[in-house]
Design a protein around this ligand. Structure first.
Ligand code: PMP
Length: 427
């Protein structure tokens, strides 16, 4: 049994010693003390089925033995030296990651987080294009640093500081967007924005193919292809934020952008790339990477031996355990069961996504699509009591994000749906 500090005391100390920006999921926040694959355990030894994976970060499974072993073995030999010296781990990791990329996306920058990855991508886009204007989607999340906070477009995360030269275009959200799934109309609005809302010269366009914080929104089919063409014509580069959607999670493809049939110029990654290690990456073409040869671009921890060894282990596990195929089969079972549940409960307005990258949106009125904000909060608590942890998203927190560790099974999926059915039925 757990003998460490209890939740009440941790909460008191957090309130005293940590910044007030931290937010909590539950009225009484859970004290999670252990994790094993798709399960988490609290201070009382209660087991939870983890369907949000530390915000879509635990890809292989909590404490996956291969990743843990890689980290321990490397830690015993050398933890840190920086890239001023040679070390095999960073090149092995970069080579393995590059082998997973299509086209000419072969140059890797290793960083420590998604925010850093997007900062670097934006810098490269501006240097390469010689332009300033960035285009991002409304409802996007790309980070909270002074640069990326401008790309982010959810008012809950934005502080009033200068946001940079950033244009937010309509969100091609098939469920809530003004044009439904009509990618052509959304793309026309981007063209309009380039022509009438900017100098006409664009530095870059960035999008998550599956919006995460925004509430598990899959972009209207065909949208990225149309927009990438326009952006390139306006001198810009196309950036795919794969912080949540990469590494086989969508089941049908290894990368989220592949579901839209495009090849970006820059891809940013974090979260699942490290299964919980602080690791991120930016992958681009040799031509674009060249723009960072004029000055030094240095990152003390980026590509350190421990995280690089862990990152390599993650890539190997995903292949060895055939996680992409697994996400496809478990995901299609789960989405089918959720769609059946939708027929039973009026409150489920939308079920969407693919693989283990799913969203369930709650509404009080299916026609008006009024966000069921309070009801979603109650359901989140009830599911937790039943031993299931899901994520929430969207401006009103009325979307459940189901993005578990990729070792999640069909039985886990059934348990989740049964628990949700029970929770809704009892409301
Ligand atoms: N991009 C996306 C799509 C994200 O979901 C996040 C984190 N929620 C980030 C970027 C920022 O990543 P990090 O928190 O590692 O800085």
């Amino acid at each position: 049994p757990y003998k460490g500090m209890l939740g009440d005391e941790i909460l008191r100390k957090r309130q005293r010693f940590l910044g007030p920006s931290i937010f909590y999921y539950y009225q009484k926040p859970l004290n999670i003390v252990e994790g094993k694959m798709q399960y988490l355990y609290d201070e009382n030894g209660k087991r939870y089925l983890d369907a949000i994976a530390g915000i879509v970060t635990v890809s292989c499974g909590h404490c996956h033995p291969d990743v843990v072993d890689a980290v321990i073995e490397q830690s015993k030999i050398l933890q840190h030296a920086t890239t001023i010296y040679l070390h095999h781990a960073i090149v092995e990791f970069a080579e393995a990651l590059a082998s997973k990329m299509p086209g000419n996306l072969k140059v890797v920058y290793v960083v420590n987080s998604g925010t850093e990855a997007n900062e670097l991508a934006m810098l490269m886009a501006r240097l390469y294009s010689g332009n300033l204007s960035m285009i991002a989607l409304r409802n996007a999340y790309h980070g909270g640093s002074s640069g990326t906070i401008g790309l982010t477009a959810l008012q809950t995360w934005k502080y009033p500081i200068p946001q940079g030269e950033i244009h937010h275009v309509m969100n091609p959200n098939p469920y809530r967007g003004a044009f439904g799934s009509d990618a052509v109309s959304y793309a026309k609005e981007v063209e309009d924005h380039i022509n009438f809302g900017s100098s006409g010269n664009i530095a870059g366009f960035i999008a998550e193919t599956f919006q995460g914080a925004g509430g598990a929104v899959e972009l209207a089919p065909g949208y990225l292809k149309l927009v990438y063409d326009m952006v390139r014509k306006a001198g810009g580069v196309c950036i795919a934020d794969e912080v949540q959607s990469g590494f086989g999670r969508t089941g049908s493809h290894y990368w989220g952008f592949e579901t839209q049939g495009v090849i970006p110029d820059i891809v940013t990654m974090a979260k699942g790339i490290g299964n919980g290690l602080p690791l991120g990456a930016v992958v681009t073409t040799p031509e674009i990477a060249q723009v960072l040869s004029k000055k030094i671009q240095f990152n003390t921890f980026g590509g350190n031996p421990v995280c690089s060894a862990g990152g390599l282990a993650v890539l190997k596990v995903i292949d060895k355990e055939k996680r992409q195929e697994h996400c496809a089969s478990v995901g299609s079972h789960l989405i089918e069961r959720l769609k059946t549940l939708q027929q039973k409960h009026e409150i489920i307005g939308d079920v969407r996504g693919r693989g283990l990258m799913l969203g369930v949106e709650f509404v009080t009125d299916r026609k008006e699509k009024t966000p069921a904000k309070a009801e979603a909060a109650v359901l989140l608590e009830k599911l937790k009591d039943l031993g299931v942890l899901v994520g929430k998203g969207g401006l009103h927190g009325n979307v459940f994000r189901i993005k578990p560790p990729m070792c999640f099974t069909k039985d886990d999926a059934d348990f989740l749906v049964d628990a949700l059915d029970y929770a809704i039925s009892g409301m």
